[in-house]
Design a protein around this ligand. Structure first.
Ligand code: PMP
Length: 569
């Protein structure tokens, strides 16, 4: 067996080319999407440049060749999952569309009132919401399997949840938050014993495990190309032929028909009856390339490497003061979900300021966080191109984050800032008017203004956050919640006798509280006319603020501004 070398692996990825290195972040967000293999990029761009034609229709060579490639890709997929026939492979936009297809075409047409669908607390929204729609349409109900203290689906709970009413079981193989392999074989056995149909969400598993649908003995299995080095917008449903054959089509139109007439239309055969319209041809061809790449890997060597990086990272993370993992025990894939002293979004934005890409929040698994009674977490998800050196820098940064938090506490206390009054800075024509603002706020905003680079500005935002008076728990309610922010933000407004507006605001994330100080400074204690006339974009531009924020965070800041302008109209 060859020793796995992450640097050689990285050579397959243009993202890791030397020429692209200057601003390249350390990419630890592979559970969201992986980087793309060079062959995937080559075959897709080559198809558009030299081979472009539609499939399954025109009577010319180019189209015939495109059709051959497209159908060869289906054979590659059949082999990849070990399906019996290419009729069992349906192209979709991805995992989400795959589950929707099964929910609408299978569950909605076969389930009835009182039938039970079994999910687990670790499911992605994509494996919850489509089933909730089925329950509304059919009167079926959802039952939820609990997790054990390591975060895997609790085997011991299966017998208490499954019954003769269980008609469908849809479970994640490896959760995108837990990172542990679920006992799918036991679950399939239990489902078979009660005659239930089994759907497996392999979205996260597919980059780490070889998939054999016959060995798993599931009825359906879904995954997306983009989490296994392939293109976005393409995935597949594997379904047992007899089940797919009995199901009605998903969408209707071209490609999926045999004959169309105003006197009656008949549908095509498998797999085409589920693929209405021009498909994602380049996506399919790129997907096949990604499957070929994953199949060519020495999976034992990759697994050994992943195991070593998992143990190393898990140990190093465990040593960080204040760090808590979501679950006990090492993950089975290099995916680490944890919380640190501050809000997860604050940790992620600190890391982003230091050019590390991780994800923070609920990771499209809100019911899991409700179950754990937690607000979210930071998730660092690694792929085989990530190295121990990157992990070392990551760990060093997290130590720095903890330390800087402690130091910042001291700094703010030392400057004796009054944190009980919301700042009322008036940046008249985007400048700072020091007649209406407390000195401490002016000082910090001026420092923010002067801070160099996102690193410096980020630090100042964190200091500013301490100036915001927190709202009480009862004030932070549905009616004060600002829509359109990725974090929870609450805003309340009040008009005084001089017809000046006063705002209080709050957020669960420190970084947002810092941004709120900057936003509120522009509007506090101002008349309606002033608020409507104020040029906030110039103000932000002058502070060098928005260019550093992600589009979603920038939109969140604008949503707050919109709310302020709306209430004060
Ligand atoms: N299930 C799991 C476990 C996932 O991780 C994801 C993607 N985060 C999905 C489903 C949805 O996949 P997609 O967005 O590609 O449809």
């Amino acid at each position: 067996m060859k020793i796995f070398n992450p640097a050689s692996f990285a050579k397959f990825f243009p993202f890791y080319e030397e020429s692209a290195s200057s601003n390249r972040p350390v990419y630890f967000d592979n559970a969201a999407t992986t980087q793309k293999h060079k062959h995937v990029i080559e075959v897709t761009s080559n198809f558009y440049q030299a081979e472009n034609a539609n499939v399954h229709r025109a009577a010319h060579k180019l189209s015939a060749e495109a059709t051959v490639k497209f159908e060869q890709a289906r054979e590659t997929a059949r082999k990849f999952v070990n399906a019996k026939s290419t009729k069992e492979i349906i192209w979709t936009k991805g995992t989400t569309e795959g589950i929707n297809l099964i929910a609408q075409c299978f569950a909605q047409t076969t389930l009835a009132k009182g039938d039970e669908i079994v999910l687990s607390y670790a499911e992605h929204h994509a494996n919850i919401v489509p089933w909730q729609q089925v329950t509304q349409a059919t009167g079926a109900i959802i039952k939820v399997l609990p997790l054990d203290n390591e975060g895997r689906i609790d085997k011991s709970a299966i017998s208490g949840v499954f019954s003769e009413n269980t008609k469908l079981v849809s479970l994640v193989m490896i959760s995108n938050v837990v990172g542990k392999l679920n006992p799918i074989e036991d679950i399939v056995k239990a489902a078979r014993a009660v005659g239930a149909t089994v759907v497996v969400d392999a979205a996260q598993a597919v980059a780490h495990q070889s998939i054999d649908v016959q060995a798993i003995d599931c009825d359906f299995l879904v995954f997306s190309a983009h989490k296994m080095f392939g293109p976005t917008g393409i995935g597949l449903v594997y379904g047992k032929e007899a089940l797919l054959d009995a199901m009605p089509p998903y969408q209707f139109g071209g490609e999926m028909i045999r004959k169309v007439s105003f006197s009656g239309t008949s549908f095509g055969e498998l797999p085409f009856k589920f693929e209405a319209g021009t498909p994602n041809i380049v996506g399919v061809i790129g997907f096949a390339e990604a499957m070929k790449f994953v199949s060519s890997l020495d999976l034992r060597a990759v697994a050994d490497y992943e195991e070593s990086i998992i143990s190393y990272t898990h140990k190093k993370l465990s040593d960080i003061p204040g760090l808590t993992f979501l679950f006990k025990g090492k993950p089975d894939v290099p995916l680490f979900s944890f919380n640190l002293t501050d809000h997860a979004k604050d940790v992620a934005s600190f890391l982003d300021a230091h050019n590390f890409a991780v994800r923070a929040g609920h990771h499209c698994a809100m019911p899991l966080f409700e179950y754990l009674e937690q607000g979210g977490c930071v998730r660092a998800s690694l792929a085989p191109y990530n190295t121990q050196t990157e992990v070392d820098s990551f760990i060093a940064l997290l130590h720095q984050f903890v330390k800087s938090g402690i130091e910042a506490e001291g700094e703010v206390e030392a400057s004796d800032v009054s944190v009980t009054t919301a700042p009322s800075l008036t940046p008249d024509e985007a400048s700072i008017d020091d007649t209406t603002v407390d000195d401490a706020t002016i000082e910090v905003i001026e420092r923010f203004d002067k801070a160099k680079g996102w690193d410096g500005k980020h630090r100042e935002i964190m200091l500013l956050s301490k100036l915001l008076e927190r709202m009480s728990k009862t004030e932070r309610n549905e009616s004060s919640l600002v829509k359109g922010c990725e974090s929870d933000v609450w805003l309340k407004a009040h008009l005084d006798d001089d017809k000046h507006w006063h705002f209080s605001a709050d957020s669960d994330a420190k970084v947002i509280r810092g941004l709120l100080v900057i936003v509120l400074a522009a509007y506090q204690n101002k008349s309606c006319e002033h608020i409507q006339a104020f040029d906030i974009e110039t103000y932000f531009e002058r502070l060098g603020l928005l260019q550093h924020l992600s589009p979603s965070r920038g939109n969140g800041v604008r949503a707050i501004v919109e709310n302020i302008r709306k209430v004060s109209r």
